[in-house]
Design a protein around this ligand. Structure first.
Ligand code: NOJ
Length: 518
């Protein structure tokens, strides 16, 4: 049996560097803060870390507007800090995935500064410049994310518009220009040579554009830049990126943010094993806490990905969406059951820092709102210690604390074996022990209404059964001969005992059917 690549069996932990831990007293997290807490991540048992952008940036979109792809913003530290972080993480067996933002730069990037300096500038064509439409106005009807206004900004100096799928401060690169492709490949080489294990590729479905930039159909307009969806040009570019990664030793990986809310379309970005290694699939993230809706998402993922040999990913929270505990109504019991769901499905799970503490979104008063996309709540700082400043360096953090930092922090939860943090740790340990959980097949099994149950099975004979009760009722599983020991219970009850057939409200269980009571 050949070993699967690391990115199939890993649990990836997303860090939003601004919010993780501040060590230098400016109220913003930094690379040294991440390095300081690697011990904790090793204790928790994650296999890889994905770092949201830490590159030089004017921070119009908090780092997703990059002015130098090959340097660390002084706010976060230095390249030496980055190298030290990679080395320490690797020493602990933790891999490093960095964010890479290929669709757009900052308007302060020297490439764009040159590009906008004149129509004859050699870098003019590195971005998408167009004349006004006949009669004036933007060249087409595309809409920008965040502003909801035109995806075009007029530049007085040169009398043309430039395209920006997001803020005006984030001009889109022109990937039809081979010089852009080469320059961006060089960026990847820079980080690959520094030892990174992979890239999380921002809005990668947007990089290829139809050369004539046609109008979006009217029905697409409410979803910004959806008319750019699904361009054949993108697939060719992805194959080029894949060849580059594959030319390096050590299974370097890219996971693409394919922000298309349709799993059938997402599946095409795996190509035939020659495009993305992994693609985020967001429909489950937007699925409410409902057994039937989740069953359908699991079926869709199997139907679309299994036949093409594509490996799924699962995400419940990230830096762009309300945390799932908040979305599911705030109950910790549900957040715990959701952890069993996320870590029991077939595919690579992505955790978002703080979900293992059961954090909810912060309440952000109007005068502290900073994000143009309204995403501040889920980006609240991580509390490490019970007493203020909660393990941060002292200055007020850039965003308010999430609720209950005095108890919902790493130190307090580590001391309490009944905490949600310990539940995550037990689940991660269970995955490491079980080949069926890491890489086995998944088949849904009979369960009462409001309950989802499935079996994971590995060719070695290893098996696990997972049961998630989405309902507020205690339920009894059908008498199917299902037996075994409860390996992990979302509320901690009955672990190590025989499964009774009963599942409590908002409870989830991981059962080892092969185990017998000693
Ligand atoms: C997706 C990122 O996750 C989000 O945070 C960012 O604002 C946009 N892409 C634009 O880069």
């Amino acid at each position: 049996m050949s070993e699967p690549p690391w990115w199939k069996t890993s649990v990836v932990y997303q860090i939003y560097p601004r919010s993780f831990c501040d060590t230098n007293g400016d109220g913003v997290g930094d690379l040294a803060g991440i390095r300081r807490h690697l011990d904790h991540l090793e204790w928790l048992g994650v296999d890889a870390i994905w770092l949201s952008p830490f590159y030089r940036s004017p921070m119009a979109d908090f780092g997703y507007d990059i002015s130098d792809y090959c340097d660390v913003d002084p706010l976060f530290g230095t390249l030496a800090d980055f190298d030290a972080l990679v080395e320490d993480a690797h020493d602990r067996g933790i891999r490093i995935i960095v964010d890479w933002v290929p669709n757009h730069t900052s308007d302060q990037h020297p490439w764009f500064v040159e590009s906008r300096s004149g129509r004859d500038n050699p870098r003019r064509d590195w971005y998408l410049w167009r004349d006004p439409a006949p009669g004036g106005g933007p060249p087409n009807n595309w809409v920008a994310a965040f502003t909801g206004g035109p995806a075009w900004t007029y530049d007085d100096a040169t009398g043309q518009y430039y395209l920006h799928s997001f803020l005006p401060a984030q001009p889109d690169l022109n990937w039809a220009n081979p010089e852009v492709v080469e320059a961006m490949h060089d960026v990847l080489r820079f980080w690959l040579d520094r030892g990174v294990d992979g890239f999380r590729v921002d809005v990668v479905h947007l990089i290829g554009k139809a050369p004539d930039l046609p109008d979006d159909p009217e029905e697409y307009l409410p979803i910004p830049h959806s008319g750019l969806n699904h361009r054949p040009e993108t697939h060719e570019l992805l194959r080029g990126l894949r060849r580059l990664l594959d030319s390096y030793p050590g299974d370097r990986m890219m996971v693409g943010e394919v922000y298309l809310l349709d799993t059938t379309m997402v599946a095409t970005y795996y190509g035939s094993g020659d495009e993305l290694h992994l693609a985020f699939n967001f429909p489950p993230l937007y699925t409410p806490w409902d057994a039937e809706r989740w069953r359908s998402q699991i079926e869709i993922v199997s139907r679309e990905l299994d036949p093409i040999g594509a490996w799924p990913t699962w995400v419940l929270s990230n830096h762009d969406n309300k945390r799932h505990r908040t979305r599911y109504g705030g109950s910790e019991a549900r957040a715990r059951a959701a952890a069993v769901l996320l870590l029991g499905l077939r595919g690579t799970p992505f955790l978002y820092a703080g979900e293992e503490l059961g954090l909810e979104d912060a309440v952000v008063p109007d005068d502290r709102v900073v994000d143009p996309g309204g995403r501040d709540g889920c980006r609240a700082p991580i509390p490490w210690e019970p007493a203020p400043p909660h393990g941060w360096a002292g200055a007020d953090p850039w965003l308010p604390w999430p609720p209950e930092p005095g108890t919902r922090n790493v130190v307090s939860e580590r001391e309490d074996p009944a905490s949600i943090l310990h539940l995550y740790r037990r689940l991660l340990a269970a995955r490491r022990r079980s080949p069926s959980l890491r890489e086995g097949d998944l088949s849904l099994i009979d369960a009462p209404p409001g309950v989802l149950a499935w079996r994971r099975a590995h060719q070695s004979g290893d098996e696990r059964v997972l049961i998630v009760n989405f309902s507020a009722e205690r339920v009894t599983m059908p008498p199917s001969g299902l037996s075994g020991l409860v390996e992990v219970a979302s509320d901690g009850s009955g672990e190590g005992a025989l499964f009774t057939g009963e599942v409590g409200p908002d409870q989830a269980l991981l059962i080892d059917p092969g185990a017998t009571a000693s």
